[in-house]
Design a binder for this molecule. Structure first.
Ligand SMILES: [Mg+2]
Length: 404
C-alpha cells in the first residue's frame, strides 16, 4: 500500500511571523532585512503586498526601496522564528508522531497510519492549514503524495495557503513540465551537466537513460533519476527516534595537495562554512573544534581545542581552525585531506543570553557577523548552496565545490 506523506512549508516565514506579532504590518508592503539602517542590507523575506511590487529576496534594501518607496522594513528576530517553528511542529504532532523537520519552516509528516482518525491526506493538509492560520496567523502550503520528494514538489506547486495532491495518476501531468532544478539535490553543477545532455525538465530526466545519468553524475545521478520517477522509499523520521546530533563535521580530500597557507585558508574556509551552516540549520552551537589532517602518506593527526565562546559562526570556526593548523602542522608540508568537526553541541538560543555586551567585548562584532551569516543561510536556502560564498572559495583548483 502506498504511504501518504505531507510536506508543509510556511509561506514567507520570517515576514509572516513579523506580521503575526505586529498586525500593523499586515496592511502595508513589508520586508524583513538584516539591518534596516543599512541601505546595502539584504532583504530576507517579504509579505504578499511587497511581492506585488516585485520586491525580491536577496536584493539590497536600496534596490527594493526603488521599486517600493513605502516599503516598511523590520529587523530579523531569529529567536522568535525558532519559537514559532516549534509551535508549528507541535501542531503537526497532534496528527502524527512521524514529523521530520527539514528546515526552520518546512517539515514532512507521514500520516499513513492516522487517516481513519483524521480523514485522507488532503483533508489532513487542509485541516492543518486552517489550524495554523487560525491559531498562529501563519499560512502554509502543503503537498500530499506517496513519497517525500513528490510531497515537497507539491508544497511548492501552489502558494500561498494551498494544498496540492500529487498522485500516481497525475504526477506526469503536474511535475514533468517543471524545471529539473525544482527537484531536491539538483544544485547548480548538476543542472549545468544535465543541461549539456538537453535535460531541462523533470520529465526529460525521468525518461532519460539512468545509466547515462549515473555515468555523468555518479551516485547523485542515480538518486535524482529515481526521484524524477517518484522512486523514494526514505522514511519520515519519527519525532521520538530522531537521533540526537553529537557532532557536526565535514572533510574534503583535495584534488591536489594543499601546499601553503593560502591553500589551507581556502580549504578551512570551505569546510567551516558548511559546518557552521549545518549548526545553524539545526539551531545548535559548538563548544569544541577538532581538526584532522591527513598527508599524502596517509599519516593522520587530530587536534582538538575549546572555542572561546559557543558558536555557529563560520568566521570563528575559521579563526580557531587556522590557529590549530598553524600550531600543529609544518606549513608547507603537503596535506591530502582536511576535516573539521564541531562538538559539545548546545541549543543556540540557550547561549544567547549569557553573551551580554559586558561579559564579551567582541559582542557587537559578533552580532554583525551573525547577521551576515544568517543572511547567507537564507539566500542559500532559496537559491542553492552555490548562490553565495566568500569570494575566495568560488574559483579554485582544489576540487572544492559549493554545490550539490
Ligand atoms: Mg517557506
Amino acid at each position: 500500500m502506498d504511504r501518504t506523506i505531507l510536506h508543509c512549508d510556511c509561506n514567507g516565514f520570517y515576514a509572516s511571523v513579523e506580521c503575526a506579532m505586529h498586525p500593523e504590518y499586515k496592511n502595508v508592503p513589508m520586508a524583513v532585512c538584516g539591518d534596516p539602517q543599512n541601505r546595502h542590507g539584504i532583504i530576507l523575506a517579504k509579505n504578499e503586498l511587497a511581492k506585488k511590487y516585485n520586491v525580491q529576496t536577496a536584493e539590497t534594501i536600496w534596490q527594493a526601496k526603488r521599486k517600493c518607496p513605502d516599503l516598511v522594513l523590520a529587523a530579523a528576530h531569529h529567536r522568535e522564528y525558532q519559537r514559532y517553528s516549534r509551535m508549528i511542529n507541535a501542531i503537526y504532532q497532534r496528527f502524527t508522531d512521524r514529523v521530520e523537520p527539514f528546515s526552520i519552516d518546512e517539515s514532512w509528516l507521514d500520516v499513513t497510519g492516522c487517516q481513519n482518525l483524521f480523514g485522507d491526506g488532503k483533508q489532513i493538509a487542509d485541516t492543518l492549514r486552517n489550524t495554523i492560520r487560525e491559531e498562529l496567523g501563519i499560512t502554509i502550503s502543503a503537498g500530499v503524495s506517496f513519497n517525500k520528494i513528490y510531497a515537497k514538489l507539491g508544497s511548492d506547486y501552489k502558494k500561498p495557503d494551498a494544498t496540492t495532491v500529487i498522485t500516481r495518476g497525475n504526477y506526469q501531468e503536474l511535475l514533468f513540465p517543471l524545471p529539473v532544478s525544482a527537484l531536491m539535490y539538483v544544485g547548480r553543477s548538476a543542472r549545468e551537466q544535465l543541461d549539456k545532455l538537453y535535460i531541462k525538465t523533470i520529465g526529460d530526466l525521468a525518461r532519460s537513460d539512468k545509466r547515462l545519468i549515473a555515468g555523468k553524475l555518479g551516485k547523485v545521478g542515480e538518486l535524482i533519476h529515481d526521484y524524477a520517477n517518484g522512486i523514494d522509499d526514505s522514511p519520515v523520521a519519527s519525532i521520538y527516534e530522531q537521533r540526537e546530533i553529537k557532532s557536526v563535521g565535514n572533510g574534503i580530500t583535495f584534488r591536489r595537495n594543499l601546499t601553503g597557507i593560502e591553500d589551507i585558508r581556502l580549504g578551512v574556509r570551505a569546510l567551516c562554512d558548511t559546518v557552521a551552516g549545518r549548526l545553524r540549520k539545526h539551531g545548535l552551537k559548538c563548544q569544541t573544534l577538532q581538526v584532522t589532517i591527513k598527508d599524502p602518506q596517509f599519516k593522520v593527526i587530530t587536534r582538538q581545542r575549546p572555542l572561546p565562546f559557543p558558536t555557529n559562526l563560520s568566521q570563528e570556526l575559521i579563526d580557531l581552525s587556522l590557529e590549530i593548523v598553524s600550531s600543529s602542522w609544518r606549513i608547507g608540508a603537503p596535506i591530502r585531506m582536511l576535516a573539521i568537526t564541531g562538538s559539545g553541541l548546545i541549543p543556540a538560543d540557550q547561549v544567547e543570553e549569557q553573551l551580554s555586551f559586558y561579559t564579551n567585548p567582541d559582542a557587537p562584532a559578533r552580532k554583525k557577523q551573525e547577521k551576515l551569516e544568517n543572511a547567507m543561510d537564507i539566500i542559500r536556502e532559496k537559491y542553492g548552496q552555490g548562490a553565495i560564498s566568500f569570494g575566495t572559495v568560488i574559483h579554485n583548483d582544489l576540487g572544492i565545490e559549493k554545490d550539490d
